[in-house]
Design a protein around this ligand. Structure first.
Ligand SMILES: *Cc1c(COP(=O)(O)O)cnc(C)c1O
Length: 435
């Protein structure tokens, strides 16, 4: 059972600007758009920003959060570790509760640290422990390249050959989305040899949101560890990491979490691993038990919970913007955002299907519970002409992104995008396709 996505539908709205305006007037979250900076083009016109899947917009409150840390550093120097308004020693602790709320976890299961791929490596140190018999890793065929590089390099680090030990599941010929049943059958077939399964929350290219609960359960049943890459899911779909029982999850916070380029990433480690001292891990002083950290002794005893995987003291200037953004998420509420997101993306789907039925193929699954906010589009033209449509769309003031060879990704973010944005974007897309 998929949960929480409900069955909200837009009942055949008119496909025009007036309908979009009416939907915006009824949107209880409409006010949040004004809490963000929206990019302008060279002529000073506000652009329609549909690239929150790549880099979220800057909250207006970010600057104050950063300036406070700069001021405390200027005023206090090293004393800021304890005397800053938000003492730096425990700065990351303020992030755990709101992050846990977003990913459906307990605060002790979550930590803000490093960046996504670094966290994936650290998690694999603990949760990819190949044995003579159980030494294969299952990922998806079109996984984000960084994930694939990380997994292959971990295999090689253990002396294993990716050609034999990396398994990749892909959509059936002629299909765009992965089928849950196909992933399940590989997990069952390879069960005795699987050391780890790594799954995306939302697939970055197609926008497909996987039905994670049964996949995680199946992987655990066969004795494999399970990790999740939530880069495109956190702040986008509803997640229940604790109940789903994944071993670990990693994410970045510069996409839907709006924490700025290169912002501090996040990591989840399930509570059942909190007290384990038998797991290998790469240690550093910030994972050392807090009561003895500053005794500067030779013995490492990990903090119980996700914090025990920290290595270095966290970058405060990259964590402050995340705090600004999480405050907005707390006020908007991830469930209300998801409700709006289903309607907003549903509106975009109806517009595209209504206005560009022959010209555009939506490769993202059509059912709201099988996607987040992003729609991935294929423009039915030869590749170089399709790319020119994207260039014209950008010139007309819509920021989406192009993924070679032929995918245009548009992601209306419910926190700062309106139905009007979506209408304008599809209207300009239809002009870009039929100049
Ligand atoms: C964006 C993204 C990343 C980015 O990795 P970094 O380590 O933060 O640079 C990794 N995996 C996926 C699936 C992504 O979408």
């Amino acid at each position: 059972m998929r949960h929480g996505d409900g069955s909200a539908h837009l009942k055949h709205p008119e496909l025009n600007a007036a309908a979009a305006l009416a939907l915006d007037r009824r949107d209880p979250l409409a006010g949040f758009a004004a809490e963000f900076h929206h990019p302008f083009d060279a002529d000073g016109r506000k652009m329609v920003y549909l690239s929150g899947h790549s880099l979220g917009l800057q909250p207006r409150s970010t600057r104050a959060h950063l300036e406070r840390e700069l001021a405390d550093w200027a005023r206090l120097g090293v004393l800021g570790h304890h005397q800053a308004k938000h003492p730096w020693i425990g700065y990351h602790e303020m992030l755990a509760e709101p992050l846990a709320e977003l990913v459906g976890a307990r605060a002790a299961e979550v930590v803000a640290m490093n960046s996504l791929t670094v966290n994936l490596h650290l998690m694999m140190v603990s949760f990819f422990k190949p044995s003579a018999r159980r030494n294969r890793v299952l990922i998806e065929k079109s996984a984000f390249p960084s994930d694939r590089y990380a997994v292959v390099s971990q295999l090689e680090f253990h002396g294993l050959d990716a050609a034999r030990h990396l398994l990749e599941v892909e959509p059936r010929p002629g299909e765009r989305a992965l089928r849950t049943d196909d992933v399940l059958s590989i997990i069952e077939r390879e069960g005795a040899h699987l050391a780890m399964v790594l799954l995306p929350g939302v697939q970055y290219l197609t926008g497909q949101s996987l039905d994670l609960a049964p996949l995680i359960a199946a992987a655990r049943r066969v004795g494999a560890n399970v990790g999740l890459d939530l880069a495109h899911a956190v702040g986008n779909t509803l997640l229940e990491l604790h109940d789903w029982n994944a071993d670990f999850a990693v994410w970045c916070s510069y996409k839907y979490l709006n924490a700025g380029p290169g912002a501090i990433g996040g990591c989840f480690v399930h509570e059942r691993h909190a007290h384990r001292s038998d797991l290998p891990r790469f240690a550093g002083w910030w994972g050392q038990r807090k009561s003895t950290r500053f005794d500067m002794g030779p013995e490492f005893t990990a903090i119980e919970g996700a914090e025990g995987w920290q290595i270095s003291n966290p970058p405060i200037l990259s964590a402050a913007p995340l705090l600004a953004s999480l405050d907005i998420f707390e006020r908007a509420g991830i469930r209300r955002l998801r409700e709006k997101s289903i309607l907003l993306t549903g509106f975009m789907q109806q517009l595209i299907e209504g206005l560009l039925p022959e010209q555009v193929e939506i490769i993202t699954p059509g059912a709201s519970e099988e996607r987040g906010c992003q729609l991935s589009l294929r423009i039915a033209k030869p590749a170089h002409e399709a790319k020119r449509c994207h260039d014209r769309l950008t010139a007309a003031g819509v920021i989406g992104d192009w993924r070679e060879p032929d995918i245009l990704r548009l992601a209306p973010a419910p926190l700062y995008n309106s139905y009007g944005d979506v209408f304008t974007a599809v209207d300009l897309l239809s002009r870009a396709i039929r100049p």
